[in-house]
Structures are given as C-alpha cells and as structure tokens.
Design a protein around this ligand. Structure first.
Ligand code: ZN
Length: 313
C-alpha cells in the first residue's frame, strides 16, 4: 500500500436543486459562472444534469446539479457535506456583498476563519455556500461573458466543510489514503486538511457537530463530492487502495466527460474520484459549451422523448 500519489483536490461537487430555471439563473446571472454542460442525469434520464464552472469547466471549478422539482428538502446535520466554498480574490468580498444585496440573496456578515475572510450565503434552494478571499488560483479562466468582472470572479472551489460527529475516522482516510495534510484546528471543532498539487479545491474542513441530528440529503444539499485523479490507470490504483481500506467502491462508471468511482465514507458522505480527462469539450467546442442538450450515445435513440419531458431553460 504505497503512498506515492495524492489527490490534488476537488474535481466537482454535485448538489440537488428544485427548479432548473431558477438554478440556472442563480448560478449564471448572480454568481456569474459559465453553464458548461446541458445534459441529463445518466441514472435518471428525464432529469437534467446542469454543470457550471469556469470558461472550459476545468476540474476544481465545476458545481453540478440534479434539479428534482418534487424531491424532499434536505435536512442539515452530521454525515453530510454541509457547505461548499468558492475562492475569490481577497479584496473582492465587498464587491460580492454588494452583489448579493442587489440580488436579494441572504448572507451572513463576513467572519474570519483560519486568517481568511469568509462570506456565507445560500442559493435559492438553501444550499449553503461561502466565498473565501484567498490569493493564488491562477489555473482557472473566468467565463469571458460573465456578468461578474474578471477581477472579482469566482475562481473555482476553495473547499468543502463536512459536518460530522467525530472527525478521526475521516481524518485517517484523508491523511493516510488520500494524501491530505493536517493544517490545524479552530476551537477544537473544525479540523482542516489540505491537498497539494492544485490551487483550487484543496481544503476539506471536518466540522464536528455532534449536537445536530443526522442529516439527510435532499434539495438544497450536496449529493456528493468528487476528487480529481490524473487518468484511468491512477483511478484503478485508487480503487485498489480504497478497497484495501475496507471501503465499498463502485466499478468505474463512464460519465462521458470523466470516468468515476464512488464510495461512501464511514461518516456517511458520498465521495467520488473522477478523471481529469476527457473534459467538457469532448462533445462540443469551448465556444458552444452548454448551448444545446448533450446526451451520451446510449441515450441518443431516445433524444426526442427525453427532450419532450425536460423543461425549457
Ligand atoms: Zn459526480
């Protein structure tokens, strides 16, 4: 069980929404992310799978949604990915406070955490989000048609906060299998781990909230967190390492824009490891990303039936 490799950071985060139109407007018009892929949930073909990210949907910038208008609202609590944080330039928080105000988005006053300013807010379905002012992050390309000026644009993910009872089991997985390093704790409640090898989506905070009830995934909650791997061979090595740890890992699944394995960590959160290639330009050029409905080859024969059941966007 060699530990020669490590996870460089988050690949994408997938959450559950209600109304696809409302979701689309919030992420493109308010947060200024690019709509990089319009497709369906490969496990539920009459539901959209909407992807938002930077200009090309680089790994580490992509937030995706399954909009299920009739799904149950989620319940915050332990055993869930509670908050998703985006990285913005350190002097951009005032711009964002003003922008959230103008768009009637609820937010909390910025707080200081591990020496950085954090602005917490929620999306229209109650999904908990944060903007963290942080230097660096040169690998993403803000969407050139974004309503947010490039100086203030969201660069991609900063990290995620998992809500847990105890943190040690998850810490052991992060440090001893996934290659994360311990950074420190805040108030003995929030334990920070960080990956190396990427400048986006490197932080995982394990937040102990034993006094909350068990959480339940539903609308306004994260469904899973996907981590990056360089290629198919490395993914198979990860699979072996995770199985050796006693985790129940799915076979490799073809998601068209990446290949995936999934495993639920003992604390309850669903994790995925996704390959960086082939990426979102696999079936349309950069200029056209998100403009038309894309289906994997196995759904193409049903295109008309699928299209007829999806709402307009
Ligand atoms: Zn995923």
């Amino acid at each position: 069980m060699s530990q020669a490799k490590n996870i460089p950071g988050i690949h994408h985060v997938t959450a559950i929404a209600t109304d696809p139109q409302q979701n689309f407007q919030f992420y493109t018009e308010v947060l200024g992310l690019r709509f990089v892929k319009r497709t369906v949930n490969f496990d539920d073909k009459y539901t959209y799978h909407l992807y938002y990210g930077d200009e090309v949907g680089h790994p580490g910038t992509v937030l995706t949604f399954f909009p299920w208008p009739n799904a149950m609202p989620g319940q915050r609590g332990f055993g869930t990915a509670d908050t998703t944080a985006f990285l913005v330039p350190p002097d951009s928080l005032d711009y964002w406070i003003n922008r959230l105000d103008t768009n009637d988005v609820d937010y909390s006053e910025p707080t200081r955490r591990f020496d950085e300013q954090v602005l917490g807010f929620t999306d229209p379905d109650g999904l908990r989000l944060e903007l963290v002012g942080h230097r660096g992050a040169t690998t993403s390309e803000p969407w050139h048609e974004s309503p947010v000026p490039a100086d203030h644009a969201i660069r991609g993910f900063y990290g995620v906060t998992l809500a847990l009872e105890g943190y040690e089991q998850t810490a052991d997985l992060l440090e001893n299998t996934m290659g994360y390093e311990y950074v420190g704790d805040e108030n003995g409640q929030r334990f920070r781990y960080q990956s190396t090898g990427a400048d986006l989506g490197t932080v995982i905070d394990l937040h102990c909230v034993p006094n909350l009830q068990p959480g339940r995934v539903g609308t306004g909650m994260v469904h899973h967190i996907a981590y990056r791997t360089a290629d198919d061979d490395e993914q198979l090595e990860w699979r072996e390492d995770l199985i050796e740890r006693g985790l129940n890992v799915t076979p490799v699944i073809d998601r068209q824009y990446f290949h995936s394995i999934y495993y639920r960590i003992p604390a309850g959160v669903l994790f995925e490891i996704a390959t960086d290639p082939p990426g979102f330009t696999k079936d349309e050029p950069v200029e056209e990303l998100g403009s038309t409905l894309k289906l994997p080859p196995w759904f193409e024969p049903e295109r008309e039936a699928i299209k007829a059941r999806l709402p307009e966007l």
